[in-house]
Design a protein around this ligand. Sequence first.
Ligand code: HEM
Length: 183
Amino acid sequence: MNERLAAGRQDSFATLLGALIFAIFTYLFYDTVSIPETPLEPPDARLILRAFHYTLGLSVWALVAIRLSWWWRGPRPVPPPGLPPAAFAFSRAILLALLMTFFVTAIIGVVYAFADGQPVSFYGFRLPTLIPESYPLRAFGGYFHSAFGFYYLGLVALWLLVGIYQHVRYRAGLLRLLPGSRV
Ligand code: HEM
């Protein structure tokens, strides 16, 4: 792709991936917070929410994997007017850490689900059992999936705080904090 990038803009493929990740992740978040609020009996409601969690989580993982490879191969954005390169690099580093956290969280989620003996499906198609049931692996997966699953909230908060600071100090713009073509 030979798109010429204006200052503070990213290419259209990166913009599309960002919008899709944001939309699917928002639904995943809603699903995740609904699971513990749903009664354990009868078990059907939780099973459905879990099936959604797997499909949405694996979708986020696949899109993030493409976005990460595009990060290295795609055109490099230049900072918006007024934002020093080091400040721009810092905000990009937070975004990269967020993408990498999603990538790792989803992989550990797969380990957790299989080790717990859950049937894992993707858009209704049951995946073959990749990992046998195992208590130690379930404990490992459960702990780290949960830890990373909350760690990204800290990264989102940092992203917003740094972005607001950069706007106040450098007039970098607030819309760049939302999914879209601004960086
Ligand atoms: C970026 C993607 C994902 C994120 C951000 C995410 C996040 C979370 C969070 C925050 C929880 C709640 C943890 C807790 O209550 O302590 C959770 C639960 C869980 N996740 Fe994920 N997850 C993702 C993808 C996946 C995938 C791909 C799988 C498996 C295929 C998976 C399997 C599970 C399981 C089995 C639970 C426990 C559900 C229950 O309480 O019944 N997750 N996830």
